[in-house]
Design a binder for this molecule. Sequence first.
Ligand code: NAD
Ligand code: ZN
Ligand code: ZN
Length: 382
Amino acid sequence: MRALTYRGPHRVRVGDKPEPRIEHPRDAIVRVTRAAICGSDLHLLHGLVPDTRVGSTFGHEFAGVIEEVGPEVAGLKPGDRVVVPFNIACGDCFFCRRGLTASCERTNPNSSLGSGCFGYSHMTGGYEGAHAQYVRVPFADVGPMKIPDDMDDESVLFLGDIFPTGYQAAEMGEIKEGETVVVFGAGPVGLFAAKSCWLLGAGRVIVVDRYDYRLRMARDWAGAETVDYEEVDDIVSYLQEMCGGGRGPDVCIDAVGCEASGSALHTFLGKLKIEAGQPTALEWCIHTVRKAGNVSIVGVYGPPWNLVPIGTAMNKGLTLRMNQCNVKRYMGYLLEQIRAGRVDPRGIISHRLSLEEAPRAYHLFENKEDDCMKCVLLPEAA
Ligand code: NAD
Ligand code: ZN
Ligand code: ZN
């Protein structure tokens, strides 16, 4: 089959690979019809995720058709259309029973951090990803959700990652009716977080980034107010002034993660690997949010240390919540939100490209070229 493979930092290419096979009775093989590129894939591309091996295939946000199922996969059969959570979860361990599939303790036993994931380095189990024509789905009786006949693949594709991630970001913010939320990052995750804030009753949503076209999307698609952090002197005091005349917003969401820009100091320390990337957006969240407010982190950080102002957070009495998304627990509810017309995820897709063009898609997304918001690969188109 054809698949994208990692060749080392900043290099991916498409080549031939053996087709995956059923290795366990609970596996399924999925023929990929749509696979998106996620901001998390950029951390892999940049060589920032430990144990990302040359030859591995990325891709953890995908929909497709069941080709084959192992003998213990009840409820799925060849021909079923499915969307698959990025977490690989057993469905039955201590964490899975509590809905915490991102913490499944069986699918990535070498790590004490989190569950297995598709296409996300050997740190998350070394599973192959879906930027390929076919992908093996372990525990296929647990994760995949059937796509209703009346819905197309692109409407539900982002239920495998960024829509639940954005929703969980808003949920961890513990937004109360009418509260004001600032979302840092107008990438796909930030946009879904902003949209989800409205679903959870926010009274005001402000999105911060530095790309005009992304801020425009935050206004047009997510109905948010926007601020370009490069256009203001001091983003923290600017936002505090905007919210409660200096008090600050009730909730801040970090939808940026470890590759943030905006601080020369963090960029310097991050490049030297004195800290794990640059936690600039997180620092801004902690300083901006009002006293006793909530900071919700879904932007990804690596395991080593970061210089975050924990003393400020402590003295302000903040609640900090964070996680990889427990995708499965939100899929059914968010599917209903899409069906009810409250959110149309297709609106953020800026590029549709064949699998052969995947390296170009990564390039466009990474460099924010051609107003790139979200790339969807079509592995069926040669
Ligand atoms: P993206 O790279 O498209 O978007 C990030 C945006 O943040 C960019 O538009 C960038 O300009 C902006 N940005 C950079 N520095 C900033 C700053 N200091 N303040 C405000 N904005 C800033 O990526 P994405 O797909 O939207 O993903 C965002 C983050 O979410 C990534 O770290 C990704 O790994 C993470 N993620 C987490 C989960 C999870 O389960 N927790 C799931 C999916 C993605
Ligand atoms: Zn992702
Ligand atoms: Zn489990």
